[in-house]
Design a protein around this ligand. Sequence first.
Ligand code: ZN
Length: 416
Amino acid sequence: MFTSLFIAFLIADIVVRGWMSLRQIRYVKQHRDQVPAEFSGRIGLSSHQRAADYTHAKIQISLLESCVEAVVLVALTLLGGLQMLDVQAGHWISNDIVRQLVLIGMVLLIVSLVGLPFTLWRKFRLEARFGFNRVTPALFWADTVKAVLLLLVLGVPLAALVLWVMGSTGPAWVWWAWLIWVAFNFLVLWLFPTVIAPLFNKFTPLDNPEVTERILALTRRCGFPLHGLFVMDGSKRSAHGNAYFTGFGKARRIVFFDTLLARLNTDEIEAVLAHELGHFKYKHVFKRMAVSFVLALVFFIVLGWLSQKVWFYTELGVVPQLGRPNDALALILFFLAMPIFTFWVTPLAAWLSRRDEFAADNYAARQCSPDALISALVKLYDDNAATLTPDPLHSAYYDSHPPATIRIQNLKKHAS
Ligand SMILES: [Zn+2]
């Protein structure tokens, strides 16, 4: 029964994904030869066409990747791949925690190896073709080694701890695992600005008196307690620009990509930052985190229930062995199967995110010049080759930010 449900959801997922992608490709293609009126005079036809081609190329590779991922999912579950790995790990290792950690590691390795060609293709073919990629193969592999080491240092203790509470605290493990997960998130948030991010990038204090003065005035006006203003060498990896704030308490800082500073003038930088401060003012980051913790609890409760049901394993191609913990199997099956069910709430998450983006835009438009934010956005759309003409349905389903024209129209209301 659950097998049929799983297959039905998987097929529906692939069909809807594929249909949505084809819609997006067709829509972008249809509007390829005409820059939307809102952007005429600001974005040239060749830039617009480049954005259309970039969007098309990105969707093609994502579509192919989703199909390959679906095959891997079926191979690991219904076709018995996970069962085979589990039996193998049982032959090698007698310690329950170590055996389960190795099983999780093997699955992660397989999933990563399958994803690797796509990552390589994206960076060294697609991003390179459109002039975005700045990563050399040497830097790519150095990044990969660092990321794997980070995963080992942070992920292995986390997984070991969760497996241990699952095996030794009875039904209460759900709450323990949740507490561990929440604590882990705060740990990463705390370590990120000062320990994790500097492993990959250089951060230098912003050295531009004019911009610094404007930003300090803005943060004072908005009541934002600022403890640092940094520039990150984002140009080391990509031509895409960005700005964000990170950390909490005394470690709270604003980080600009050098690529963003190079491209925008002082008014525009101020406007982009005012948008980010809007997210802070309305506690969007805090609210999102609270929602994610509530969802994590729901997931753990569902997992706690499923892990007790023999059908959850057998219907997904695994025979749990009696007389030893099967917690890693439950975790792996849950995280493999979950995305095909949660795919259907993507539009809700995207809608909530777009609502926050409008709120932040409106806040920025009141704090500084809406025209400056418009011209900053136009430059960013242009530089990032983001399509100005997404398919409305595709955009409503997936996009965390409102479509370009609607966003600009909204800002223009403030300007007049
Ligand atoms: Zn935003």
